[in-house]
Design a binder for this molecule. Structure first.
Ligand code: UDX
Length: 470
C-alpha cells in the first residue's frame, strides 16, 4: 500500500504559513506524511522559536526574491513569473525524486496565487487542492465578481452610500469590500491591485477547469454555513479553525502545537499579563504586513492613553530595524500604562485571562484566533480582505465594533477610545459582544475537537484524495 504523502506548497507570508503549519499538524495526526514546500524568504517568518512536529519535512527553494517580495513596491508580474518557473521546476524534481525513493507524492495542496502548482500536479496526474486562507465569504465574493456580478460590485466602489446584495452575503458597501476590488476599478491606477485581481481570476479559472475542484477553507461549518454551500460546482470544505491548540487549555499545554514567527519574541509580556486583572487588558496589533502612518500611530497612542486601560501593543520594527515607538511623543506615559513589544505569541496573548479586547486589523488568522479564544474586537481594517472580515465581525458574528475614519483617512484617538469603551465599558452593546464571543468560542472548540467538523471534513478529504490518486 502507498503511504499518503502530501506536498503542501505555501506562500512565504506569515498569514499563509501559520494556517499551513496547522494543517500539516492535523494531517500528520491522521497518519499522512507532509512536506512543506516554500520559498527561501519564509525563513523570515520562522524565527528560532519555531517548533515542528515529527514527520514534517521542509523544502525551501529560491523564487529570486530571497529577501521577500514587497507587494506594491516591486514588479508583481515578474515576481509571479519567476515564482512560477522556479517553483514548477523544483516541484517536478521533488515529485520525481519522491517516487524514485519509494515515497510517491499522493496529493498537492497549495495556498493562494500559486496556480502553477495545479499545473505541475496535472502533468503528473496527482490531485491538487487549493488551501484558501481567508473566509469562505471572500472566496464567494471573488467568485461572483467574475461570474456576472462584476459590474454591480464595481458600480458601488465610488459611492459609499450604495449597497450591493449578493446571494447569501450581508449587504455590502464599498467600505466592506476587499481593497483590491475597490482599487482595481477602471478609474483607479493601482497596478498592484489589478495584478492581484487578475491572479485571483486565473485561480478561479484553473478551479473551473478541474473535474473535481476542491477548496480547503480555513473556517468552520458553524461559522459560515450558507456561504460554504452556496457555490454548487465548487466543493468548499471547512477544515478550520487552523489555530494552534496548545494554549486552549493553559493548565495542560502540550507540545502538539507549533508556530512560525516573524520576529524573535520577548517573554516579558506574559509575566506582565499575569500581573493584570481578568479581562482588563487591551491588545493592539496590525498583523504582519500593514504599515501605519506616523500620524495614525500617534492617534492610537492618544486613544490608548485616553482609555486608561493597561495595553499590550505590537509595533513591528521597520525594514531598517528602526523602532517607531521610540519616536512617539508620549512614550513615557505609554510605558507607565502599558507595554510595547516588537512581536509576541499572539495565541498566548489572546488565550490569557487578562485579555479584555483586541484592537485588530482583522487579518483572517487574527480574527479566527479571536473567535477561538472568545475575545471581542475593535475592528481597524487596513487592506486586502480585512474590510470584509471587519464587516463579518461587526454585523454577522457580532463580536466587535468597527472604527470610523475622519475625512483625512485617519482614525482619531477619541474614536479609538470610544470603541474600546463600547467593548469593555460594561454597556449593553459590549455585554452582547462578549456573550457572542463566548458563543463562538464554544462552537470553534466543538469544531476543533476530535470528531468535530474540522476532524471529520479533513479525514473525508484525505480519503477522497487517496481514491483520486489510485
Ligand atoms: C495577511 C493579510 O493581511 C490578511 O488580511 C489575510 O487574511 C492573511 O494574510 P497578516 O497581516 O499576516 O495577514 O494578518 P493575520 O492573517 O492576522 O496573520 C497574522 C498572524 O501572525 C496570526 O496568526 C497571529 O497570531 C500572528 N502574530 C501576529 C503573532 O504571532 N504575533 C504578533 O505579534 C502578531
Amino acid at each position: 500500500m502507498v503511504h499518503k504523502h502530501i506536498l503542501l506548497v505555501t506562500s512565504p507570508s506569515q498569514g499563509a504559513i501559520n494556517p499551513a503549519l496547522q494543517l500539516a499538524n492535523q494531517l500528520i495526526r491522521m497518519g499522512v506524511k507532509v512536506t512543506i514546500v516554500t520559498c527561501v524568504s519564509a525563513h523570515r517568518c520562522m524565527a528560532k522559536t519555531t517548533m515542528t512536529p515529527e514527520g514534517l519535512t521542509f523544502v525551501f527553494f529560491s523564487d529570486g526574491y530571497d529577501d521577500g517580495f514587497k507587494f506594491g513596491h516591486g514588479d508583481f508580474e515578474h515576481f509571479i513569473s519567476e515564482l512560477n518557473d522556479r517553483g514548477s521546476k523544483k516541484l517536478a524534481q521533488l515529485i520525481t525524486a519522491s517516487a524514485e525513493e519509494g515515497n510517491p507524492v499522493t496529493g498537492l495542496v497549495y495556498t493562494m496565487l500559486q496556480t502553477w502548482v495545479a499545473k505541475v500536479a496535472q502533468s503528473f496526474h496527482i490531485p491538487s487542492t487549493l488551501l484558501w486562507t481567508q473566509p469562505a465569504t471572500l472566496f464567494h465574493l471573488y467568485f461572483y465578481y467574475f461570474s456576472g456580478y462584476g459590474d454591480i460590485i464595481r458600480s458601488i466602489t465610488n459611492d459609499p452610500s450604495c449597497l450591493v446584495e449578493l446571494p447569501v452575503l450581508p449587504q455590502l458597501s464599498s467600505r466592506d469590500l476587499p481593497s483590491f476590488l475597490v482599487h482595481s476599478n477602471p478609474d483607479s491606477d493601482s497596478k498592484p491591485c489589478k495584478d492581484l485581481l487578475l491572479a485571483i481570476k486565473e485561480q478561479l479559472h484553473t478551479l473551473n477547469e478541474e473535474a473535481n475542484p476542491r477548496i480547503l477553507v480555513n473556517t468552520f461549518d458553524a461559522l459560515e454555513p450558507e456561504v460554504l454551500r452556496a457555490i454548487e460546482k465548487l466543493n468548499l470544505i471547512a477544515i478550520g479553525p487552523l489555530v494552534p491548540y496548545a494554549f486552549l487549555d493553559r493548565k495542560h499545554p502540550s507540545n502538539s502545537s507549533f508556530g512560525a514567527d516573524l520576529f524573535q519574541k520577548s517573554r516579558d509580556y506574559l509575566e506582565w499579563l499575569d500581573s493584570k486583572l481578568e479581562s482588563s487588558v487591551v491588545y493592539v496589533s496590525f498583523g504582519s504586513m500593514a504599515i501605519l502612518s506616523k500620524r495614525q500611530v500617534e492617534e492610537i497612542a492618544r486613544g490608548l492613553l485616553g482609555s486608561h486601560r493597561p495595553f499590550l501593543w505590537v509595533i513591528r520594527a521597520t525594514e531598517n530595524g528602526e523602532k517607531e515607538e521610540d519616536e512617539l511623543s508620549c512614550r513615557e506615559e505609554l510605558d507607565q500604562l502599558g507595554m510595547i513589544v516588537p512581536w509576541c505569541s499572539q495565541v498566548e496573548v489572546l488565550s490569557h485571562p487578562s485579555l479584555g479586547c483586541f484592537v485588530s486589523h482583522c487579518g483572517w488568522n487574527s480574527s479566527l484566533e479571536c473567535l477561538m479564544f472568545g475575545v471581542p474586537m475593535v475592528c481597524f481594517p487596513q487592506l486586502f480582505d480585512q474590510p470584509t472580515n471587519a464587516k463579518l465581525i461587526e454585523d454577522v458574528f457580532k463580536t466587535g465594533v468597527r472604527v470610523t475614519m475622519n475625512e483625512d483617512g485617519i482614525v482619531e484617538g477619541e474614536e479609538i477610545q470610544r470603541c474600546i469603551e463600547v467593548v469593555m465599558g460594561g454597556g449593553e452593546k459590549g455585554k452582547e459582544m462578549n456573550k457572542n464571543a463566548k458563543k463562538w468560542r464554544d462552537l470553534a472548540k466543538e469544531a476543533a475537537k476530535e470528531g468535530g467538523s474540522m476532524d471529520m471534513n479533513l479525514r473525508a478529504f484525505v480519503d477522497e484524495v487517496e481514491k483520486d490518486f489510485i
